[in-house]
Ligand binder design. Structure first.
Ligand code: G
Ligand code: G
Ligand code: MN
Ligand code: NA
Length: 253
């Protein structure tokens, strides 16, 4: 309960902030996109990571104003980079609760309009768990979002329980291979076979594919050879504040 009150205060008093993690083209080291990740600068506890407060935010519905704040903030930053001649695609995590709100489409539209960010520079990350129920409703909502011009990514791909059949039915642009699969690709045959199959499937379906949690050069080499489009992970950079990210966008790797 104390934490809930603290979280309300955090939103009001601007204790929340975003960090950005580069998504890199393995062929030339260019930063093509970034993922926005929320942090909380707590006055006593210091920096609180999202796994410590996102579940509470979801239980209390605070995720809705927080999610709208994240959208606006991320679009504002993307517009700043665009205006500076350093355009990157801005990926924003969307909670299922946020996704299911009646006014979610309007909130996305507003964030784009108020910041002046053209829709094609915004990517919304949803998880497979959104697809387990009310398939038709979810599909319609995804089409409404696509109609705005934003792109759609399926986050933590491979960890959910949903059927593969929705993949060809849903207007998904990008798959993000969960880091649990990437960890062992160089040591375990099962993981490497699965990652290879996911990348080939993405190619076959005309989708982009991102590997998450890439920490080692051997993983990068394996993924690049399979023509994985983008690499995200500590090997290139952890999530960092905007000013540090600007340098990576400018210089590449
Ligand atoms: O940055 P990292 O540790 O710690 O993020 C952990 C998880 O927290 C992410 O996988 C994501 O699911 C969640 N997360 C991070 N930022 C946001 C956000 O802005 N909105 C939502 N809904 N979840 C986020
Ligand atoms: O939304 P999602 O679950 O994809 O959020 C990405 C999470 O993964 C964030 O918590 C981010 O800090 C974390 N992360 C990003 N790159 C790496 C990495 O190379 N290794 C590990 N262990 N975590 C990572
Ligand atoms: Mn994500
Ligand atoms: Na993920």
């Amino acid at each position: 309960l104390e934490m809930e009150q603290d979280l309300r205060t955090a939103l009001k008093e601007e204790q929340l902030f975003l960090v950005y993690q580069p998504q890199v083209n393995p062929d030339n080291g260019m930063v093509i996109g970034v993922e926005a990740l929320i942090r909380w600068r707590h006055p006593e506890k210091g920096i609180v990571p999202p796994f410590r407060f996102i579940p509470l935010a979801e239980e209390t519905q605070l995720i809705i104003p927080i999610g709208n704040w994240v959208l606006r903030q991320a679009c504002m930053q993307a517009k700043e980079w665009l205006d500076a001649g350093k355009p990157v695609k801005m990926a924003v995590n969307v909670s299922n609760i946020q996704f299911s709100q009646d006014d979610f489409i309007i909130q996305v539209q507003q964030a784009l309009k108020n910041t002046g960010l053209p829709a094609r520079w915004l990517e919304l990350e949803i998880t497979e768990s959104v697809a387990v129920k009310q398939l038709e409703w979810v599909k319609n909502r995804l089409h409404e979002l696509k109609a705005l011009g934003v792109s759609l990514a399926l986050d933590d791909f491979g960890t959910g329980f949903s059927s593969l059949s929705y993949l060809k039915e849903f207007p998904i642009d990008k798959l993000k291979i969960d880091r649990s699969f990437i960890m062992d690709i160089c040591h375990h045959r099962d993981e490497s076979v699965m990652v290879k199959s996911i990348i080939q499937m993405a190619h076959g379906l005309g989708m982009r594919v991102v590997a998450e949690g890439v920490e080692e050069a051997t993983q990068l080499a394996f993924l690049a050879q399979l023509r994985c489009h983008l690499i995200q992970g500590y090997l290139f950079s952890p999530p960092v504040e905007a000013s540090r990210c600007t340098q990576m966008i400018t210089e590449g790797f």
